[in-house]
Design a protein around this ligand. Structure first.
Ligand SMILES: Cc1cc2nc3c(=O)[nH]c(=O)nc-3n(C[C@H](O)[C@H](O)[C@H](O)COP(=O)(O)OP(=O)(O)OC[C@H]3O[C@@H](n4cnc5c(N)ncnc54)[C@H](O)[C@@H]3O)c2cc1C
Length: 421
């Protein structure tokens, strides 16, 4: 019997397995086979605020973090809203090759004595007061004292069968483009481009995450379109959408076709039940404006591991009441503070239809002109501790003040509602 069974080897499950395997007999089970898991490239923005929740990692290891993240371009049709972290003396964090980071975390779990199994999809869970049992598609049965569900948005049947809610899901698409390092530097000096245009997606951004020799680009937030429609839109954007052409000219598409995945947000209400917890994106712990999900995965794994260690030592039954501390901490440290910002921005930008363009343009212009807003962006990316939601209200007011007169009249009610989000 294992102490802890973790289902899903994304950032949430592997961070958790990496941490708990130091003190618990751990099993990490992943549905994909080892080769396809390792070969799914992920080039992500890894803000500094993630690092305090995952400390025992070598952030200077270029195979995991190929670049330091210095600059963001919040781009509209008219403005490059550049925020250069060095204006405030320290970088934004890193670009991660997340598939390598995940691999590294699985390796440390094994080095700590944990067991990792690939190519076994968990299809059923049962639970009693003594233990929890999971059954894989290969018919194998594993039992443990506690189950951690870290299955992202790959299907919610397991968590539903245990009485957990499910978050809202959208689609995202991305592809990698390649070029030599000099060419990538020539094209742009920012590491992250964030752009919104309701014709691309009215519920999420178009982005470029720039690594070393490769960048990842795509858009997020679609709900109703088919695979073919989304991929064809991405190809049209890459071929002819003018605002981004300067940043990708001459880069080559790799052998891998665009990848479409589900992405879930709007956190569920409860993250713990008897002998079971939910981590990361499976619980919708993804920010609703930026779709930042590594943070939610790492923070939930860190908090859960700290709550579980003393419970395991005291031979706990892992009742919902005992595990509730995990929910409480998650709310205090993340959901009732940093995530509040996302809710207001999501409402303001993604509910504004065609007015998204003028609101976004006003915001990006403001970034170019005002160092206080640039400072606020830097602060939030460096650390989530003590995140001050009053700053978001101030920002909303500034955007509103700077809108053209007639737009102000039309959009007044929207801004008012956003303030109470
Ligand atoms: C295009 C795109 C770009 C993004 N860019 C960023 C970014 O730059 N920075 C950032 O912070 N966030 C980003 N995000 C969000 C972030 O990547 C995700 O929220 C985060 O990786 C989710 O991690 P997770 O471990 O919770 O879930 P996942 O990464 O989805 O992992 C779940 C794992 O569980 C396995 N699994 C599922 N069901 C079963 C089962 N029944 N049995 C066994 N295994 C199972 C799956 O195979 C998978 O490996 C991006 C998302 C997308 C779609």
């Amino acid at each position: 019997m294992f102490d802890i069974i973790v289902v899903g080897a994304g950032i949430s499950g592997t961070t958790f397995a990496h941490k708990v395997s130091k003190f618990a007999k751990t099993l990490l089970i992943e549905g994909k086979d080892e080769k396809s898991k390792r070969e799914t490239l992920l080039t992500n923005i890894f803000p500094e605020h993630n690092c305090e929740f995952l400390t025992d990692i070598d952030y200077s290891d270029k195979s995991l973090f190929p670049c330091v993240h210095y600059k963001i371009n919040y781009m509209s049709h008219k403005y490059n809203g550049i925020v250069d972290s060095m204006e405030f003396g320290a970088p934004f964090g890193y670009i991660s090759y997340t598939e390598k980071l995940i691999d590294h975390l699985m390796q440390t779990c094994e080095n700590n004595g944990g067991t990792v199994k690939f190519d076994e999809k968990i299809s059923k869970v049962s639970r009693n007061s003594e233990k929890v049992e999971v059954i894989s598609n290969k018919g194998n049965v594993y039992s443990g004292k506690l189950l951690a569900i870290a299955t992202g948005s790959y299907g919610f049947d397991l968590q539903k069968s245990l009485g957990f809610e499910i978050p809202d899901s959208y689609k995202g698409v991305y592809v990698h483009l390649y070029g030599d390092e000099d060419r990538l530097k020539e094209l742009s000096d920012f590491n992250y481009l964030f752009h919104i245009n309701h014709k691309i997606s009215d519920k999420g951004p178009f982005f470029i995450n720039k690594g070393s020799h490769r960048l990842s680009t795509g858009f997020l937030g679609k709900s109703n379109e088919t695979y073919e429609e989304i991929v064809s839109k991405l190809n049209r954007i890459l071929d002819s959408y003018k605002p981004i052409q300067p940043y990708i000219a001459g880069l080559k598409k790799g052998p891998v076709k665009p990848v479409i995945g589900e992405i879930s947000k709007h956190p569920i209400k409860n993250f713990s039940r008897d002998r079971a917890i939910v981590l990361g994106e499976a619980g919708g712990i993804v920010t609703s404006f930026f779709y930042e999900g590594l943070l939610g995965g790492i923070v939930s794994a860190d908090i859960a591991s700290k709550v579980i260690e003393p419970l395991l030592e005291s031979n706990s039954n892992f009742t919902r009441n005992e595990l509730y501390e995990y929910d409480r901490e998650l709310r205090t440290k993340l959901l009732d503070t940093y995530f509040k910002n996302g809710a207001a921005s999501e409402y303001l930008f993604y509910s504004s239809g065609s007015a998204m363009k003028i609101i976004w343009e006003t915001y990006t212009k403001f970034i170019t002109e005002n160092s206080t807003i640039r400072r606020y962006v830097w602060d939030a990316i460096r650390s989530i501790e003590g995140y001050d939601v009053k700053r978001d209200r101030w920002l909303g007011e500034q955007i509103f003040k700077n809108l053209p007169f007639l737009t102000k009249i039309t959009l007044g009610p929207l801004f008012l509602k956003a303030m109470f989000k």
